[in-house]
Design a protein around this ligand. Sequence first.
Ligand code: ATP
Length: 342
Amino acid sequence: MVVMGVDGGFADADSADPGFIELDRVEKVFDVRKRTGFLKRERRQVRAVDAISFSVARGEMVGYIGPNGAGKSTTIKMLTGILTPSGGRLRVAGIDPSRERTRLAQRIGVVFGQRTTLWWDLPLIDSYRLMHRMYRIPDARYRENLDRCVELLELADLLDVPVRQLSLGQRMRGDIAAALLHDPEVLYLDEPTIGLDVISKARVRGFLRDLNAERGTTVLLTTHDLQDIEQLCSRVMVIDHGRLMYDGPLAGLHEAGGGERTLVVDLERELPPIEVPGARVVRVEGPRQWLAFPAAESAAPLVARIADGYPLVDLSVREPDIEAVIAKMYAGSAAGAERAAS
Ligand SMILES: Nc1ncnc2c1ncn2[C@@H]1O[C@H](COP(=O)(O)OP(=O)(O)OP(=O)(O)O)[C@@H](O)[C@H]1O
């Protein structure tokens, strides 16, 4: 398995509860039948999740990212017990999700950004009342959680509005509250900010950050919006073609993706491109020059060399654009998969 991981794919070894979510070589293979002609069907297997192992400690907030069709939703569905793995071992809070789905449901919350768990034609508060009964939430706990969510997610004016009349951002806040009424220890979020405007995104992110900090809720976040990850998660896992490509801090992605950083140098005057070992000039504009150097290397020796030989006025270091790094990583893995297939 290609894991460009930083810490071997396992979370915080010092934590008291390192394996709150634990996957050991988990696989999911789908049998797909495709019509290939009149009365002719071809059977094919899709390996949506391919021997994935990782461990999430209680209270961690982890991003789970990858391109379309990478296997993210399939993983989440196995973690909730909706799908049964084809192989490997999976536990959430010590529970095998597909065997004890109902027991696990009491301990997890799920938000799918593209679908709602709320009753479309009913006022928002009625969905919550139904969940109160369905999850058999003790009255005092329900009231406390509802009050807290209504306050922090600013739902007070929306409780009597039918769900179908809510805007996307309002509905998303309503869905997040619904997932939290029974006090879950784990929250799976699948695209929680999709389609939201900047203000709604900030509100949802702020709420999730506080929830994690104050209640210690473990959060697994799937998103295509890298700002969600940058603002919320100290750890990120990248999946592609069902395989775990990276597991570690967000900052480490730069190195794993083979990225480069940029040194922006202001000289006293316009000069020919700087010649210095370990970096190359990629752009020149008047007295300003941009030099690319490997992301994994320190900028200090490079700066010293430039300061030695050139009339330096100012400089700054720019991190690689995380989206570009990830795009490069996906492209690399797609090329690898094509080579393996040929
Ligand atoms: N029920 C199913 N039957 C057959 N194939 C499936 C099924 N569910 C998913 N797949 C296939 O498994 C692979 C992984 O899909 P999955 O939905 O997990 O990806 P994803 O990373 O969540 O993608 P997206 O970002 O587009 O939601 C895809 O090739 C998909 O077509």
